[in-house]
Ligand binder design. Sequence first.
Ligand SMILES: [Zn+2]
Length: 318
Amino acid sequence: MSKVSQIGQASLSILIYHRVLARPDPLFPGEVDAVLFQRQLRLLKRFYTPLPLAHAVQRLRDGSLPPRAVCITFDDGYADNAQVALPLLQQHALHATFFIATGYLDGGQMWNDSVIEGVRHASGPVLDLQAVGLGRLHVDTLARRQAAIATLLGQLKYLPFAQRQQLAMHIRRQAGARPRPSAMLSTAQLRQLHAAGMGIGAHTVSHPILATLSERAARLDIANGKRHLEDALQAPVALFAYPNGKMGVDYGAPHVDIVRSLGFTAAVATDWGVARPGAAADLLQLPRFTPWDRGRLAFLWRMRQNRLRPPPARPDAG
Ligand SMILES: [Zn+2]
């Protein structure tokens, strides 16, 4: 199919967000903040057809997807989702679905945030991690702190869960980072999102790379996350997001089967692209996309490029 005819076809763009910072963070100049989020919401309203994810899935299934459909999703469950993103979504009468890793509700900290907070607050000029085999990292300038964070996140990402957790805690302690208020949602804030009509989806308990777990452990982590949310909200939770979400790397066909057997009606990955109506739409492995441009034209251009992307290859989940 030519690119031109592909662009004219109905398609569903699902956007991934994690945080919406109240103010820009010099350590992460690319992170979405309130001003940028507001700008992107305006563009989505003007040039796309925003839909709640659950509705979009239904319309993918029955072939009634409107042109340029778009859904907004958030992963992990950061407190700023309720504090900063929710008021902006409400102001624009837009809907988002929030995928929550339940193990971090009410005061938790994800391993990557332990690393980031450690490096951010390290008194420097050097963060000595030789005791755990991670060397000595220079943290005397902003650029070096950024580089140190990228290096450590890359080194830890695919380690076994317990080891990764331990190293992240060690980095935070070694840096002398004081405990700070949790960046994650409280149960009260989770209920606030739900009461405001937002979608809530499951994202496991502990946010493991599913492919590194036994199938039994993966099933438990997925099922317990779903049950925790359903108990807290007294409502069914039918949407799921694979942690990290790269098909064939972070999860595979067995995890798609688990997700189906637990009664989820749709699940989202992090492979880029759009979903298209018809038999080819795999509702348990919907692609998503992260737009990051600050400029209006670049944002719209990249959204369009994503719509031209060929569909990701999926394994047969029997
Ligand atoms: Zn996640």
